[in-house]
Write a protein that binds this ligand. Structure first.
Ligand code: BTN
Length: 325
């Protein structure tokens, strides 16, 4: 969207009343037909704008897309989301964010899409990504830390999303399932997939891909038993721009503090309070095989503390946990 169209949109947004064509012409130093062109462009982008002769123009609806012009006014960040690229459809926002990162996009850049044709989940699974309802986005990080610390970023992301959802939606019984799922009443509302390009002692970049089921009204059959959405849990449609900006607004200060602190120490009480697996008997599957035990908590560097039957406490650094029936 060009700068003038954006300014006219902001002006319409700021007014509950009709704005006359003459007023817009004077304010923006343009002719009536130029104003009309900008109005037509906005309508093409999905904005509902009433035009009544003798009264002027009034904004009566937004497309509800997480586009820069909707997200930017809601940001309180310095870096996160300030460079935000929107696509109607991509294969996977992680794939495209990695392309941007290789081209030198700055830290905090965000790539967001209305739908994904090849959305990817953890453990090689697919992430169901229909248009018009959910959030699919990826944030680029360039932390100057040794790669060994990077496994903490998914946990930071989980805390940021959890805090944002609880603030933006309110009264949500959301829990964090180690390492980085957000569940409501045991069903997944958000998944996080972090991917990185590193050298043995150097981090090039990390991409944190976040999928949130926002306004999905019917859960697709293939994930019907395991997923939910903010709409289904709150009974209200949520603004995708609002949820995205809330996540970015929570994430940036968490990330900056984590970088200073060197570990997750400050977040441990929060992670403990909202830990879905706390004191549960689980099996964790990872590339080493499976390990069974009772979850006792999390280490300050993000490992799951799993007490096996013989009383040994194992520190598990990656994997997927299943609650034992
Ligand atoms: C999981 O398996 O729980 C992780 C799911 C991550 C999905 C998000 S949607 C945005 C980003 N792009 C992808 O292809 N995957 C992540």
């Amino acid at each position: 969207m060009n700068q003038l169209t954006l300014q006219i949109l902001c002006r319409l947004k700021a007014s509950d009343m009709f704005l006359s064509g003459g007023e817009l012409c004077r304010e923006f130093g343009m002719t009536r037909s130029a104003v009309w062109k900008h109005i037509s462009r906005l309508r093409k982008d999905g904005y509902a704008i009433e035009a009544v002769s003798g009264r002027g123009y009034r904004l009566s609806g937004s497309p509800g897309l997480p586009v820069p012009e909707e997200v930017a006014p809601l940001l309180t960040t310095e870096r996160f989301g300030r460079n935000l690229v929107f696509h109607k459809e991509v294969d996977s926002t992680n794939m495209q964010a990695k392309v941007l990162a290789r081209q030198g996009a700055p830290e905090g850049s965000v790539l967001v899409a209305d739908s994904q044709t090849g959305g990817r989940g953890r453990m090689g699974r697919a992430w169901v990504s229909p248009p018009g309802a959910n959030l699919y986005f990826s944030i680029i990080f360039r932390p100057p830390v040794p790669p060994v610390r990077l496994s903490q970023i998914p946990l930071l992301a989980a805390v940021a999303v959890h805090q944002a959802l609880c603030t933006a939606v309110g009264r949500l019984p959301a829990m964090i399932k180690w390492p980085n799922d957000i569940l409501i009443k045991g069903r997944k509302v958000c998944g996080i997939l972090c991917e990185m390009e590193i050298e043995p002692d150097m981090t090039h970049f990390v991409v944190a891909g976040i999928g949130v089921n926002v306004n999905l009204k019917e859960i697709p059959a293939e994930i019907g038993q395991i997923a939910t959405s903010l709409f289904l849990e709150s009974g209200r449609e949520q603004s995708r721009a609002g949820i995205l900006s809330a996540i970015l607004n929570h994430f940036e200060p968490l990330y900056d503090k984590w970088f200073e602190a060197d570990d997750l120490c400050e977040l441990l009480p929060y992670l403990d309070r909202y830990a879905w697996l706390k004191d549960r008997e689980v099996i964790v599957d990872n590339f080493n095989g499976s390990l069974a035990g009772c979850v006792r908590g999390m280490s300050r560097t993000g490992e799951l503390l799993l007490e096996s039957e013989d009383g040994t406490v194992h520190q598990v650094s990656s994997g997927e946990a299943h609650i034992r029936k």
